[in-house]
Write a protein that binds this ligand. Structure first.
Ligand SMILES: Cc1cc2nc3c(=O)[nH]c(=O)nc-3n(C[C@H](O)[C@H](O)[C@H](O)COP(=O)(O)O)c2cc1C
Length: 252
């Protein structure tokens, strides 16, 4: 099914049309008050059952920021950004709240992982949109998953808290502002009433055609998602981290 796609967003939605991940920042702080606005915009996100299953650790200590950057594939933009957060799913505080009133904790790891990641991500993305609306650049850092277990130790995260990714927010270097990246065709990811029986070769190639701007997109995604790629290497790290943070799903 073909959907007409607007080529320009109206002013109220312009921030979405302008999004690109920014990896080059000027060494300048955010304007006074802007960080509070960004955080409060984040905190207005919906939260499943009012559980607030997230925590954000703002990294202001330069030595700690440097160590985290090293653990996250040595990405320089982590060091350069005005602000850097480690975004965590967090069921520890909720458990403490239940126990505070004498309740017995009843949420196990599978559900906690899903809702914790969902809650945290809605807050993070609200912050991204707010920061970009204020003119800043942002970049998520999934490379946190290269060393989730060590990062949890570095931040003294208690059981029930798991680092998901980092979030850089900073002043854009205008000389290194990247172009907007494409997205796969809408018809391959928004469906009506049910999931398609299968993707045809032509449909799959339409995604490659849309995404292969400077180089073949396959070369990009296979380094992450094919056998032996980045994601496969992160699997044992995550297994360790889930055990360490008492979030390993147990048999039901
Ligand atoms: C969960 C998540 C993790 C990401 N991790 C990284 C990262 O470690 N380093 C980086 O430079 N960009 C990272 N990105 C940014 C993606 O590469 C970027 O969103 C994608 O290439 C699309 O480009 P765009 O955001 O400019 O549209 C991440 C994005 C997400 C959503």
């Amino acid at each position: 099914m073909d959907h007409p796609i607007p080529v320009t967003f109206p002013p109220a939605l312009a921030v979405f049309g302008q999004h690109r991940s920014v990896r080059f920042f000027l060494h300048e702080p955010l304007a006074p008050g802007d960080l509070d606005l960004i955080i409060e915009a984040g905190r207005r996100a919906p939260t499943d059952a009012q559980g607030h299953m997230y925590s954000f650790v703002r990294i202001t200590d330069a030595a700690r920021r440097d160590r985290l950057a090293t653990l996250c594939a040595n990405q320089q933009h982590i060091r350069d950004a005005a602000e850097f957060f480690i975004v965590c799913l967090d069921v520890h505080r909720l458990r403490r709240l239940i126990e505070q009133r004498g309740g017995e904790w009843g949420m196990r790891a599978r559900i906690g992982l899903i809702y914790g990641a969902t809650d945290a991500t809605m807050v993070a993305q609200n912050m991204v949109v707010a920061a970009e609306a204020l003119g800043y650049g942002t970049c998520y850092i999934g490379a946190v998953q290269n060393h989730t277990d060590l990062i949890a130790q570095e931040l003294a995260l208690p059981p029930g808290v798991l680092p998901l990714y980092g979030l850089c927010i900073g002043v854009i270097d205008p000389e290194k502002y990247p172009p907007v990246k494409p997205r796969i065709p809408r018809a391959l990811c928004f469906f009506e009433n049910s999931y398609p029986a299968d993707f045809t070769p032509a449909e799959l190639e339409s995604a490659y055609a849309a995404m292969s701007v400077k180089r073949d997109w396959y070369e990009s995604i296979r380094t992450y998602f094919a056998a032996g790629g980045t994601m496969a290497h992160r699997e044992p790290v995550m297994a360790r981290a889930l055990r360490q943070q008492a979030l390993d799903p147990q048999p039901v």
